[in-house]
Design a protein around this ligand. Structure first.
Ligand SMILES: [Fe+2]
Ligand SMILES: [Fe+2]
Length: 460
């Protein structure tokens, strides 16, 4: 029986030619073995971002770390789901797949500063990961293992974007020979460990030469004291009135919006604080770390919203104090569970229509500021999600919502010995009136700061 003539519509859903699709490619076991390595490296990269969130002073690096941490976690999530479809339980992914790969990531964690951090992550580890993904895509069968190919293509796209950012950031930090030499020395150090691990997948030939002496000779202790690229007078001047000002109907609307947008900018302290929760909370289900990483990136986006509004209004977002009081207090004076409890109370409070996110959105609408309005629109949507994340993880652990709220209120009253100490290091000056004069070209309509004003370190 002769078949009917067929129109020349591309076969195989356009994914490959018959010749390409007939190459057997990688087996299920080979695929899962590689995915264990990918997952491990990306999980460690996400933890690395959390570990460097506080000691890294540069604003732009903090914000990129927040995004990249979340992207790594999302890639891990996709890998976990796919591995479960490949006859393996995802819990299998929580084990270290290769001790030599662990040694490489332990060395990476010992980067001494931003230059070494960026050189290692964006100049060594991510490029190696990208090339492992590209090799995998070239080797595997595009149809038999389509679901893995799709997740790897998304990962490739994200890795390329991260590496591109990293390349420019490294260039900005290596303007002189001394910095270039230091970056090269550290890249050589890590590359020796990467080769010793047989590359990301462990399948490349391992040289007989032993890597240089390790830096990681003691257990890693993260530093949670938040650094900023600001002088001490900015970081430790805890005088803040923006919260009272945007909530005060007697203040001019343009000044209230300025205070509200300053509040958004100030939210960089939430990623600083949430990264310490991530690193100090152990043995939770995977979904917990995924939720917290997502929220961390959202809070960073809120800070970026403030930054964008400031820059679009010709205001340098970094020229005024942006203190670290809240993250300093949370990270150094409270436990991880206590920090999360305080965060829970803040986020549930934002759901209050009379003073919360709806109120902030209405304020922007009333002011006729389209940029502030859309900022508040998305900020509000994010906070609804965060309130849900809080309920999901804290209620089963700590009891009913009222108990958590009361516990958080008690913690708020406790005061912070660290803040009291740091406040003595620089004059506590009310900078708001001068800020309004410079940015709005008029006198502040807010009440002058009361002599007995106490600095509440609350944020969120
Ligand atoms: Fe927020
Ligand atoms: Fe939030």
């Amino acid at each position: 029986m002769s078949s009917l003539p067929r129109p020349a519509i591309p076969p195989l859903a356009g994914l490959a030619s018959y010749a390409e699709a007939a190459r057997p490619g990688l087996s299920v076991d080979q695929t899962v073995a590689r995915m264990r390595h990918y997952n491990y490296v990306q999980r460690r990269l996400s933890e690395l971002a959390a570990a460097f969130m506080n000691p890294t002073p540069e604003w732009e690096v903090k914000t990129a770390l927040s995004l990249h941490m979340w992207l790594d976690v999302e890639h891990c999530h996709a890998l976990r789901e796919r591995v479960a479809e490949l006859r393996r339980p995802p819990l299998y992914l929580d084990n270290v797949p290769d001790a030599r790969l662990a040694t490489l990531m332990d060395e990476m964690l010992r980067a001494a500063d931003t230059l070494e951090l960026l050189t290692g992550v964006y100049g060594v580890i991510r490029p190696a990961l990208l090339s492992a993904y590209e090799n995998h895509l070239a080797e595997t069968n595009p149809i038999f293992d389509y679901p893995t190919c799709r997740l790897l293509r998304i990962a490739v796209q994200d890795q390329e974007q991260m590496i591109e950012w990293g390349k420019h950031a490294i260039a900005a930090l290596t303007a002189d020979d001394a910095a270039r030499d230091r970056a090269q020395t550290w890249a050589d150090h890590l590359e020796a460990y990467l080769r010793h691990a047989g590359g990301i997948t462990g399948q490349e030939p391992i040289p007989t030469v032993v890597p240089p002496a390790p830096r990681a000779t003691e257990p890693f202790v993260p530093n949670f004291e938040p650094q900023r690229d600001q002088p001490l007078s900015g970081r430790f001047n805890f005088t803040q009135r923006y919260h009272n000002i945007y909530n005060d109907p007697a203040v001019d609307l343009d000044e209230r919006i300025l205070a509200l947008m300053y509040k958004r900018l100030h939210e960089i302290d939430v990623p600083e604080m949430m990264s310490s929760i991530l690193l100090e909370t152990h043995d939770k289900p995977w979904e917990y770390y995924r939720d917290i990483s997502r929220q961390l990136w959202d809070e960073c986006r809120h800070a970026l919203m403030g930054e964008i509004w400031f820059v679009s209004h010709g205001i340098d977002p970094h020229a005024y104090p942006n203190h670290v009081g809240w993250s300093l207090w949370m990270n150094l004076d409270l436990t991880a569970l206590e920090r999360h409890t305080v965060l829970y109370r803040i986020e549930q409070g934002l759901m209050d229509g009379s003073r919360g996110k709806r109120y902030e959105w209405q304020m922007a609408e009333q002011a006729g500021d389209p940029l502030a309005l859309i900022i508040q629109d998305y900020d509000w949507a994010d906070e609804v999600l965060h309130a849900r994340i809080g309920r999901r993880w804290l209620i089963p652990e700590s009891g009913d919502s009222r108990t958590v709220m009361e516990r958080a209120a008690e913690l708020g009253k406790r005061g912070s010995p660290t803040i009291i100490g740091c406040a003595k290091l620089t004059p506590q000056i009310d900078w708001w009136p001068q800020f309004v004069r410079t940015t709005l070209g008029k006198e502040s309509s807010a009440q002058p700061m009361a002599a007995n004003h106490t600095n509440s370190p609350s944020s969120g």
